[in-house]
Design a protein around this ligand. Structure first.
Ligand code: COI
Length: 335
């Protein structure tokens, strides 16, 4: 069997070698480039492909893979918003993802964004840079006693809920499919609006389904408590960024921790010589604020997560190639 991996970073290569040593009959090859219509040719002659990218997968690229006889795709991540499932169905692909490579990685990062905002770390960093080591007036807030609203309590959101409860927060959550353990703890409300209205800190942990694009828009901000803190380590498209900028300007939103942005592909995973070279107006409107922390889609990025992303995706791609049931099949019949 021959499997081709796209979008491979240096830090993944050791895990690929480890997997390869345990599977001497499988030939692995890779590129650091993502899958596009142009790079699809690299997979010619291989049986399966393993992908990771934040850019959309185009039909033209998928058509090329299909023309090479490839029908098994595994992604090394959880989010599937880069695919149009109709393309996958039309072209006869089977798909797997890695839904639980490390929910803790994202949940812990989410918590760190909250803590850094509440304890005003960006302002203390600034004061330190100016050799100002005084407390006043940079007084912080605690998670203990706050109402933390969670929209989406799947693998990641449910870990966030448990962490927040351990901090002493009151958790209110919404999910179309409540988690039975959390349901017993009485954290669920009936609508996302109830979460939005009650939260002192609101954190999003849903995939980017088409119906959820701009779930947090100007109307949603209007319903929030004054000074609410918003955390988004899920998908940039869940938040209407222009509405967020307006809500930060008006003081409606007291702080934002953003690991994802609507226009992140123009900025994240790129090295610029100077901030002046970054053209994205939304990014520029968000940075340089004391109450906004942006991290470049790094919530997932831990050694545990990367190990599992590589191993689970390769295991499942091989399973499909051997006509065995993969551990994490994706149901592409459901939009
Ligand atoms: C995901 O797993 O979907 C992420 O957001 C991580 C990223 C590497 C794409």
């Amino acid at each position: 069997m021959k499997i081709y991996l796209y979008g491979v970073r240096e830090d993944e290569q050791g895990y690929m070698k480890e997997w390869s040593n345990a599977h001497p009959d499988v030939e692995l090859d890779y590129t650091n480039q993502i899958l596009t219509e142009e790079t699809a040719d690299l997979a010619k002659g291989y049986n399966g492909v393993v992908l990771l990218q934040t850019q959309a997968y185009t039909r033209a690229a998928l058509e090329k893979l299909q023309s090479f006889g490839i029908s098994k795709i595994s992604v090394r991540n959880v989010g599937l918003d880069g695919f149009d499932f109709k393309d996958l169905r039309d072209l006869g692909f089977s798909l797997t993802n890695v839904p639980v490579y490390s929910p803790n990685a994202i949940a812990e990062h989410t918590t760190s964004l909250m803590l850094r905002l509440l304890r005003r770390v960006p302002e203390f960093d600034q004061k330190f840079a100016n050799t100002d080591f005084r407390w006043f007036p940079t007084i912080g807030e605690e998670i203990n006693g706050k109402t933390v609203g969670i929209i989406g309590t799947g693998h990641i959101g449910s870990v966030v809920a448990r962490i927040m409860m351990a901090f002493g927060a009151k958790v209110v959550a919404y999910d179309i499919k409540p988690n039975p353990y959390l349901e017993n703890l009485g954290i669920y409300v009936d609508t996302p609006d109830e979460v939005i209205e009650q939260a002192d800190i609101l954190t999003l942990h849903t995939p980017l389904a088409k119906r959820d694009v701009h779930m947090i828009d100007a109307d949603a901000f209007a319903k929030m408590k004054d000074g609410v803190i918003l955390i988004n380590a899920a998908r940039g498209g869940l938040v209407d960024t222009d509405a967020l900028i307006a809500a930060l300007d008006s003081g409606k939103v007291g702080g934002a921790g953003l690991d994802v942005l609507e226009s992140e592909n123009d900025v994240f995973q790129k090295k610029f010589d100077s901030i002046n070279d970054v053209k994205d107006p939304q990014f520029k409107a968000l940075i340089n604020r004391d109450n906004v922390i942006i991290t470049p889609h790094t919530a997932f990025y831990t050694t545990t997560a990367v190990h599992n992303m590589v191993f689970d995706s390769l295991n499942d791609n091989l399973k499909m190639l051997e006509n065995k049931a993969p551990k994490y099949p994706v149901d592409i019949t459901v939009e």
